[in-house]
Design a binder for this molecule. Structure first.
Ligand code: WQD
Length: 336
């Protein structure tokens, strides 16, 4: 299948492009480089042996984005990664998050309709569940009030896509709710390389280990969790990428709207993550305890049974694999 990948030079997007090639698909990348680097294109080529077609386009720019559809002709599906994605940052810049994430998605849906595209996979997030009433989370758990603007944009885009599919029964929508993507391509050439100080914990820990940052700040150890620190479902980005390939197969069966948690089904605390990183790399991670971060929840991990039953997909790699791969990327390729 010819697959349009928005945000395809980003952390998850670029690894998904590798998985698409591995499975015989033809990716076409659109990215505005706001949180990614053009060198990723060269590294995709080094890892996969192929160089995807790339357009530097902002998905909010209807005219600019339309040119991609005009040039590429019929594309079989789109995987929509493009979007701002940091919980903490979104509480400081809510309007920027709403504008960017909603407008880019609305422009995309409009262009899909104009060019007769019927299949979309949306990069959603476990934050749509808000403060979980119970864990592990299942897809039928209530969605509605995220604890931050980033999560709210994901809820709204899920609703936009489901309403669009209600109005057009030929539309196939797959909502993939990622838990916490971590790790990097085992080659060390692709990974999470955000601009500036990382918001997410894994690139932050990796930069401490590489000597780029001094100390990890643990945001709260007074949560109602086994060791007091936040618990998350950390899923290796390579597993996550494969989940998108499995979702493409599902869309080909014209399922209408389908929703899947993409997680490992296992919760890991911040302290356990630090221990796993130290075990995987042999490097001690100094940390201090800070107050809780606004927008954070205590626990968030998946029941991933539905993806296994309906997509035949489940995570194969573990947190230690991800720590090892993340550190290799940090010391091989990540921005100095
Ligand atoms: C994880 C844990 C923090 C940084 C968000 C989005 C999710 C996905 C991943 C896009 C929490 C703690 C963190 C630090 C810390 N986004 N932490 N010190 O907020 O769970 O999830 O990012 O794909 O959709 O919701 O991820 O890595 O920021 O935090 O102690 O410097 O690590 O409190 O418990 P989060 P995170």
């Amino acid at each position: 299948m010819k697959v349009l990948v928005t945000g395809g030079l980003g952390f998850i997007g670029s690894e998904t492009v590798i998985a698409l090639y591995k499975n015989g698909h033809e990716p076409v990348i659109v990215d505005n480089l706001s949180n990614s680097k053009i060198e990723v294109l060269d590294n995709i080529e080094k890892v996969s042996g192929k160089r995807p077609t790339f357009y530097k386009v902002d998905c909010c720019d209807y005219e600019g984005f339309k040119k991609v559809f005009e040039k590429e002709g019929k594309m079989d599906a789109v995987i929509h990664f493009a979007g701002l994605k940091a919980v903490g940052e979104s509480t400081k810049k809510p309007v920027e998050y709403y504008t960017n994430n909603l407008l880019s998605s609305l422009v995309l849906v409009r262009l899909m309709k104009e060019f007769g595209m019927k299949n979309i996979i949306f990069s959603s997030s476990a934050t749509v569940y808000g403060v979980p009433e119970r864990v592990p989370l299942v897809e039928t758990d209530p969605v509605g009030h995220a604890t931050n603007p980033y999560g709210e944009t994901k809820i709204m885009i899920e609703r936009i896509l489901q309403d669009a599919a209600k109005a057009d029964s030929s539309l196939n929508v797959c909502l993939l709710r990622y838990f916490n993507p971590i790790g990097a391509d085992p080659s060390g050439l692709l990974g999470e390389d955000p601009n500036g100080i990382p918001n997410n914990i894994m690139p932050y820990i990796s930069q401490v280990a590489a000597g780029k940052l001094k100390t990890l700040h643990v945001f709260g150890n007074d949560y109602p969790t086994p060791d007091g620190t936040g618990v998350r479902d950390y899923i290796h980005v390579v597993d996550l990428a494969e989940g998108h390939v499995a979702a493409l197969k599902k869309l080909a069966t014209n399922p209408g709207v389908v929703i899947y948690n993409l997680g490992t089904g296992k919760g890991t605390s911040v302290f356990e993550l630090i221990a796993a990183f130290e075990k995987a790399t042999g490097i001690k991670i100094p940390y201090v305890i800070d107050p809780r971060r606004p927008g954070d929840v205590a626990e968030n991990y998946a029941n991933a049974d539905k993806a296994f039953e309906e997509l035949g997909w489940k995570a194969k790699l573990n947190v230690e694999d991800a720590c090892r791969d993340s550190y290799r990327f940090q010391t091989t390729t990540a921005s100095k």
